[in-house]
Design a protein around this ligand. Structure first.
Ligand SMILES: *Cc1c(COP(=O)(O)O)cnc(C)c1O
Length: 474
């Protein structure tokens, strides 16, 4: 474009008021209000002006300045601005409890409960008497039933559960922990730091790889005022080779002789034994309670498959101390968490039902043959939608994630997409994430790989196919 035609093109730009008065803008103004639409139109015209000045509009400017086109761009601009950033995502990464994507996806029952509780809800009222009740009572009753514990309560996450339990039971007193269990969970959650925040005094025993019962005994001799023997599940790493740990039952027996309760921080506590699904046996929450732990803490959104929450179960006197601690008011969950958690716990009563209804468990338990069939269907649909794509189905591995089963891999089948002509895979992956719903895939060995295990089912498989086809059609 020469200077003359630039000036010519700039003259074609419409006036803001003229545009806003055009019938094409009426629905946009109705949806977003005149002030926001005015701003959007100004920004749009500014973009056009810039584009004309630097020669982006090689062809005609006219189609771009039609009121209909301007209204459509303003609508898209405002929709993008109004889009909830914490929006829905399709997880094709194969990491089931993906912390970046909100860990466990909720069951249909939990989603219904969440919506039902989103207006006024029966949170802290006793239905029979109409009197003020306790907000955690329904969930606590289910937790007692599921774990066999005398008492239970709920806070916002397991980090909070650990903090408040230590603060309530051990502030100012020694807590004895094996050096092999001084874990960092990620972010800033480190057992020694949480201990310091709670006011408890950390007493380390044993070594990184081996801790014996005698180590705990000597620590109790040296610290007769010890408040707790703490066990921490080493969820996210594994020490292999010359190792030894003291079991919960042994620790409980020692604690009983000395009058010191055992606290068991299970992290990703589960009610279901996942050994039939190819994972190593891990003690369930009810096993820890049966072994005699005084208080057990675990997450709601790890292997429980529910909303973010920290659950505390155990002996009545200890759990009551936690509930009465001033931090409880600061850490208590909201009605939405309680509603979703209650529905999740109801589904957990029956292990078979839990593995069918709770998506995280269903994903872990998915049979390889079913994953293979879904991967093949996705591959076929992709090639049907974009015939030039080179797509194969290959063997791969999914992960449980969320700091659970750190070293185990779940065998899966992956849809592997070769770089489409003219595209870098990083750009394809980024465009997929920018969509709504956002699509998260992995890049591995110069392939974009999609793991059907972590998509919620055939409907989401189709959505991913449509999303990738839409990105590549641009
Ligand atoms: C994950 C984990 C935590 C923290 O739980 P959040 O629910 O993420 O707050 C604490 N302790 C252990 C052992 C864990 O695995």
């Amino acid at each position: 474009m020469d200077d003359g035609s630039v000036a010519e093109a700039l003259r074609l730009l419409p006036k803001v008021d003229a545009l806003l008065g055009d019938a094409a803008f009426a629905p946009v103004i109705a949806a977003f209000g005149r002030a926001l639409v005015t701003e959007a139109v100004r920004a749009d015209l500014q973009d056009l002006r810039g584009g004309i000045a630097c020669g982006t509009f090689m062809e005609e400017v006219e189609p771009w300045v039609l009121p209909e086109a301007c209204a459509e761009r303003a609508r898209r601009r405002l929709e993008a601005q109004h889009r909830v950033r914490c929006g829905r995502a399709l997880n094709a990464t194969g990491v089931v409890l993906h912390t970046g994507l909100g860990r466990a996806p909720l069951s249909e029952g939990a989603r219904r409960a969440l919506v039902a509780a989103s207006g006024f809800a029966v949170v802290e009222v006793d239905r029979a008497s109409g009197q003020r009740g306790q907000r955690d009572e329904a969930v606590a009753a289910l937790l007692r039933e599921l774990t066999g514990a005398e008492a239970a309560t709920v806070v916002n996450n397991n980090a909070a559960a650990t903090l408040i339990t230590l603060a309530a039971l051990a502030a100012g007193r020694p807590v004895i922990v094996s050096r092999g269990q001084l874990v960092e969970i990620g972010g800033s959650f480190r057992i020694p730091d949480v201990m310091a925040q709670s006011g408890a005094r950390l007493v380390e025993v044993g070594t990184t790889n081996r801790t014996h019962l005698a180590d705990y005994e000597r620590a109790l001799d040296a610290h007769p005022d010890a408040a707790l023997l703490l066990r921490v599940h080493t969820s996210n790493f594994r020490v292999v080779g010359f190792t030894s740990e003291v079991s919960t039952a042994e620790l409980v027996a020692l604690g009983r002789r000395r009058g010191v309760p055992v606290m068991d921080d299970l992290g990703s506590g589960s009610f279901v034994d996942l050994a039939p699904h190819g994972l190593p046996h891990e003690p369930r929450v009810q096993d820890s309670v049966a072994a005699g732990a005084g208080v057990v803490t675990f997450s709601g959104d790890k292997l429980l498959g529910g909303p973010q929450a920290g659950l505390v179960v155990g002996q009545r006197a200890l759990v009551e101390q936690v509930r009465r601690h001033p931090l409880y008011r600061a850490l208590r969950p909201d009605k939405l968490t309680l509603a979703a958690l209650e529905a999740t716990l109801v589904a957990s009563r029956d292990p078979v039902r839990a593995c069918e209804e709770l998506p995280a468990l269903r994903m872990i338990a998915a049979p390889l043959a079913a994953l293979e069939a879904r991967a093949q269907a996705i591959a076929r649909a992709l090639v049907a939608a974009v015939p030039s794509l080179v797509v194969t189905v290959v063997e791969g591995a999914s992960k449980v994630g969320g700091g659970s089963y750190a070293v185990e891999a779940l065998p899966t089948r992956l849809v592997a997409v070769a770089p489409p002509a003219g595209w870098r895979l990083e750009v394809v992956a980024s465009r997929l994430r920018e969509r709504d719903p956002a699509v998260f895939a992995r890049i591995h060995d110069d392939r974009l790989v999609l793991d059907p295990r972590t998509l919620l089912g055939p409907d989401e498989d189709r959505e991913v196919v449509d999303a990738l086809a839409a990105v590549l059609r641009r």
